[in-house]
Design a protein around this ligand. Sequence first.
Ligand SMILES: Nc1ncnc2c1ncn2[C@@H]1O[C@H](COP(=O)(O)O)[C@@H](OP(=O)(O)O)[C@H]1O
Ligand SMILES: CCC(=O)SCCNC(=O)CCNC(=O)[C@H](O)C(C)(C)COP(=O)(O)O
Ligand SMILES: [Mg+2]
Length: 345
Amino acid sequence: MNPRLRHWREAASVLLAAGTPGRQSPSALWPCDYELLFLQRSSRSGFMPSAHVFPGGLVEAADFSAEWLRLLPAAPRCGLGAVRPPPPGSSRAPLFATNRQQLGSPLPGEVAFRICAIRETFEEAGILLLAPGGRPREGSGPAPSLPAEQLLPAAELGEWRRRVQEDPACFLQLCKHLGCVPDIWALQEWSNWLTPVDRAGRGGRRYDTAFYLCCLETRPPHTSQDDQEITAFLWSSPPEAIERFKSQEIWLAPPQFYELCRLCNFSSLNDLHTFNSDRALEGCERWLPVTLTAADGFIQLLPGDELYPEDPDYTGEKKITMSTDKMVEDLMKEDGSRFRSPLLL
Ligand SMILES: Nc1ncnc2c1ncn2[C@@H]1O[C@H](COP(=O)(O)O)[C@@H](OP(=O)(O)O)[C@H]1O
Ligand SMILES: CCC(=O)SCCNC(=O)CCNC(=O)[C@H](O)C(C)(C)COP(=O)(O)O
Ligand SMILES: [Mg+2]
């Protein structure tokens, strides 16, 4: 078995952004013309119960099925643009760089992870991110998105959703039935996060998650939680979501919080899309947060932070823990940490 896979379960997640033209921004300080989809996990979940996350989940064998190659365009990487080779001395995040053919998978990882994120978005939120079949979608702007309710009557769509939840292979059957394909071209690489060693879920599970960004040119599509894994949904602009987190109305794990802070650099959906169309060509680094236990709380260190270890313990086998007698606030002053307020873990 690939040693990497012993430690992490491969997963994909999508930051789904939709335009809100004309909507009065709730904060004059933080105007924003788009919202993001958050899903609240069940309180019974074995990993991050009740947290607000982006749609996503484990990659399934069906996401790597050779049958997708009959539906998707025959172009290299199914028409996905090539990511620039990493500069000398650095490497592409292993999740994206792994040679899937050597592992016996006919589909490149960059295609299969996108299919996974799109399938999970349908299962968890009832949103179908599809494009007409046959050839890569044209145009480089935000994705037009086909409204699911125009593709199928609601009852039929609900039945397909139930089938896909039971058997991920049914997602391919649904696409065939509709003459559509997962809109893999609308998903751009955004980031790659490893679950920290000390934050593993029930049974020690840790995830290696590909995060994608998908900007829809339309308003937020019809959304409905599955009432199983997901108990509620929320469309919110990044600054609003941060306010909700600070007031403890919602709880976000550090990766989601960090990504929201990055998104606050963009008040316009078009600017965000344009920025990431270029940035995505650079590929992603794999980030492992490392916990530093302070006298009065915890800090999650990230690559680039002064205190981030040079050789982080990726697997937890070295049993290295980091602790200090200092207070969180003092550490943050010293370190010039990117987080302006302590995270409540
Ligand atoms: N009613 C429910 N309550 C809590 N968790 C649920 C659930 N139905 C499904 N799940 C969990 O949701 C996860 C599936 O997520 P996804 O499809 O996004 O990968 C599984 O978690 P585990 O992986 O912990 O078993 C599954 O057990
Ligand atoms: C304090 C708690 C933490 O810091 S845990 C860090 C959790 N974040 C991650 O592991 C990275 C991103 N993970 C996710 O977005 C989700 O966990 C998921 C999409 C992998 C969930 O998968 P599921 O199969 O349970 O839906
Ligand atoms: Mg999930």
